[in-house]
Design a protein around this ligand. Structure first.
Ligand SMILES: Cc1cc2nc3c(=O)[nH]c(=O)nc-3n(C[C@H](O)[C@H](O)[C@H](O)COP(=O)(O)OP(=O)(O)OC[C@H]3O[C@@H](n4cnc5c(N)ncnc54)[C@H](O)[C@@H]3O)c2cc1C
Length: 314
């Protein structure tokens, strides 16, 4: 059968779209690996509007329950299906997944992003043992400790600022000879006496026994290699959008975010070189400037409204 819509992804964006699709009676197939999205690891989310505080795990459960409550016969939920490719077939699309193929007139991509991982010896071994990709989740565990933040963008600077509130010292390892972060943020954060900035710094190895205890790094300008003792490492070296399965179909930016029209969330189909009426995207997988749970959900609702109009004015 041909669906009106295939929604890909079970984070806040995908679920918001799924609930609206059910209410608008769009025959939908909902394809996701799992429910909840990136903030599932957070212990305490305080800005999910209408909810004072919620753990990422409970938010994931609530998202799933909300979709299931309204899905009925309209939205067919295929949890556990990983999307491998999306191909154009006439004016429709074929979505190939680990759980079979699905045909739909329109596609909404809400597959989010994942953290770019540190490539250094020991980085994988010590993940969750002192090396973390989530300062908001794990930062408070490092009160009065000496930590390193790796990265030179806004996320790294903001992480350093957050950690300086309770850590004994913060060393910021920047790979290049300058920051990618806004100058105002750099100026503000660098004033804190707890912070030491190391530019031209490449991590060679994360050391430890049961837990991180040190780090070996190279100054790429002088080629000098040093080892220092450290209690924790926070990696903030960017995000990788999960968009590989549509990269030959839609326009993406240099990082792989799907380029969308911010009024409608429509993507540009490469074949047509125009803003399409076939593929939409919302949330962290897009080139939107700001990435948060509420924004992802809101953008997906916007997309759904536009998809509905598109299907009913064809
Ligand atoms: C540690 C952490 C803490 C955060 N805390 C907050 C916070 O407190 N408040 C806030 O507003 N924001 C927070 N954020 C940001 C927020 O989580 C994201 O902005 C939000 O999750 C984006 O939602 P999304 O639906 O676009 O994508 P995601 O949440 O990334 O969801 C993507 C979904 O797509 C699925 N998927 C991916 N690829 C495929 C595929 N090929 N096939 C099938 N399914 C696929 C995934 O399994 C997942 O279900 C946090 C982020 C992180 C990493």
């Amino acid at each position: 059968m041909e669906y009106d819509l295939a929604i890909i992804g079970g984070g806040p964006a995908g679920v918001a779209a799924g609930v609206y699709a059910a209410r608008k009676k769009l025959k939908t197939v909902f394809l996701t690996k799992d429910f909840g999205g990136q903030s599932i690891v957070s212990e305490d989310i305080q800005n999910w509007i209408g909810t004072v505080s919620i753990s990422g795990f409970t938010l994931a459960e609530n998202l799933k329950k909300h979709l299931e409550a309204y899905a009925g016969d309209t939205v067919s939920i295929k949890e556990g299906s990983f999307v491998e490719t999306v191909e154009k077939k006439g004016s429709s699309f074929v979505v190939k997944t680990s759980a079979g193929e699905f045909e739909a007139k329109t596609v909404l991509v809400t597959t989010g992003s994942s953290r770019r991982r540190l490539e250094a010896k020991g980085a994988d071994t010590f993940e969750h043992k002192g090396l973390t990709y989530c300062a908001s989740c794990d930062g408070p565990l490092f009160s009065d400790r000496d930590v390193v933040v790796i990265g030179g963008g806004n996320a790294a600077l903001e992480t350093a600022a957050q950690l300086m509130a309770y850590c004994k010292s913060v060393k910021l390892f920047v790979r290049g000879d300058d920051f990618r972060a806004d100058p105002i943020t750099v100026e503000k954060v660098s004033k804190n006496p707890k912070l030491t900035i190391f530019k031209n710094t490449r991590v060679i190895e994360v050391k430890g026994d049961k837990f991180v205890s040190g780090i070996i790094y190279e100054n790429t300008a002088t080629k000098e290699i040093k080892e220092i003792s450290i209690d924790g490492i926070f990696v903030e070296i960017g995000l990788l959008p999960a968009t590989g399965f549509v990269k030959d179909l839609v326009k993406t930016d240099q990082w792989g975010h799907i380029v969308v029209d911010p009024k409608t969330q429509r993507a540009h189909l490469l074949a047509d070189e125009i803003v399409s009426g076939g593929i939409w995207a919302a949330g962290d997988c897009t080139d939107g400037l700001y990435h948060q749970n509420n924004i992802a959900a809101g953008d997906a609702v916007k997309a759904l409204e536009d998809i509905y109009i598109h299907l009913h004015t064809k």
